[in-house]
Design a protein around this ligand. Structure first.
Ligand code: TYD
Length: 207
C-alpha cells in the first residue's frame, strides 16, 4: 500500500478551465480528511515564481525557456513537492513536465531528446500518479482567455496553430500512457467536469 501522498497534475491549453476544477478537487479531497497542497508550474516557490515572471514576460531562446522551466521545477520538487508527498500530503499541481513536452516540444519545436535529458536529470523517478488533461479546441480556449479580460501573457498571445500543436502533443502523450492520463472534454459545463473528475478518483478509491 502507498504510504506517501498522491501526485495529481492538471494539464491542457490555456483557457481550458483547470483552476476552478483544481479548487473543487482540493475541497473534495479535504472533505475526505486528506491533507492537500495545491501548487502550480512554473512557480510554486519564491524562486519559481520569479522564474515564472521571466518566462511569461520575456522573449528568450527556446533552450533557455526549456531549461528555466526545468530549473523552476527542480526547485519546486526539492522544496515543496517531494517533502509534501513524503509526509503523506496529496499534491495537486497546475501543470508539470507534460506541459514542457506539449508547449516547448510540441508548440515551439524543441527537440524531444533535450526534454528527455532534462526530465531524466530533474526527476528521473517521479511521475504523476494521475494526470487530468483538459482537452479543448484552441478556438474555444482562445475565446475563454479573451473573455477572462486579463492581459494575455507571452504564451497566451501565441497563434492558433501553436495551440493546435500543443493540443496534439498532449493528446499523443495521453495516448501513450493511458493509465496515467484521463482526458476530459473541457467544453463541458464545469459541474459535469467536476462529476467526471470525482468519478475518476472514485474508481481509484481515492475519493
Ligand atoms: P498557467 O499557469 O496555466 O497560466 P495561467 O495562469 O495564465 O492560466 O501556465 C502558464 C503558462 O506557462 C502556460 O501558457 C503554459 C506555459 N508552460 C510551458 O510553456 N511549459 C511548461 O513546462 C509549463 C509548466 C508551463
Amino acid at each position: 500500500m502507498k504510504t506517501s501522498g498522491c501526485f495529481i497534475t492538471f494539464e491542457g491549453v490555456d483557457g481550458a478551465g483547470k483552476s476552478t476544477q483544481i479548487a473543487l478537487l482540493a475541497e473534495a479531497l479535504r472533505a475526505r480528511g486528506r491533507d492537500v497542497l495545491c501548487t502550480r508550474e512554473p512557480g510554486g516557490t519564491e524562486l519559481g515564481e520569479k522564474l515564472r515572471e521571466v518566462l511569461l514576460g520575456m522573449e528568450m531562446h527556446i533552450d533557455t525557456e526549456a531549461m528555466l522551466m526545468f530549473a523552476a521545477r527542480r526547485e519546486h520538487l526539492a522544496a515543496v513537492i517531494e517533502p509534501a508527498l513524503a509526509a503523506g500530503t496529496w499534491v495537486v499541481c497546475d501543470r508539470f513536465t507534460d506541459a514542457t513536452y506539449a508547449y516547448q516540444v510540441g508548440g515551439r519545436g524543441l527537440e524531444a531528446a533535450r526534454c528527455d535529458t532534462l526530465e531524466a536529470w530533474v526527476h528521473p523517478h517521479l511521475k504523476p500518479d494521475l494526470t487530468l488533461l483538459f482537452d479543448l479546441s484552441p478556438v474555444l480556449a482562445a475565446a475563454r482567455v479573451e473573455a477572462n479580460g486579463t492581459e494575455p501573457d507571452r504564451f497566451e498571445r501565441e497563434r492558433r496553430e501553436f495551440f493546435e500543436r500543443v493540443r496534439a502533443a498532449y493528446l499523443e502523450r495521453a495516448r501513450r500512457e493511458p493509465e496515467r492520463f484521463h482526458v476530459i472534454d473541457a467544453a463541458q459545463e464545469p459541474r459535469a467536469i467536476a462529476r467526471e473528475i470525482a468519478s475518476v478518483l472514485g474508481e481509484r478509491a481515492w475519493l
